[in-house]
Design a protein around this ligand. Sequence first.
Ligand code: FES
Length: 106
Amino acid sequence: MPTITVEGEQAFECEDGKKLVLAIEDAGLDIMHRCGGQARCTTCRVEVLSGNVPPISEVEIEALEEPDLIEHFRLSCQIRVENDLTIRIAKRGHIEGIAVGTRPSD
Ligand code: FES
């Protein structure tokens, strides 16, 4: 099983092929996701500090729009975990004061 390390917080194991946003949430960590994993809201974005993830998709590029965001962030709802990763979560519901949206599908 891959290990996901959230910088400065905790490390946890993740089922192979699980969506990153769900792995983070199921580990008890706060991560925003507002559009149900449809690659529209970009609130689930993370920085991948180490580890291999699939190449960024056209859907992610279109959603992130800004070159600076595309360069530094990935949408955790679009990544299936296959390797150990170290990440940084960009947006937290408790900080933003916004309730998370519908849970993305498996
Ligand atoms: S882009 Fe909305 S949950 Fe990922």
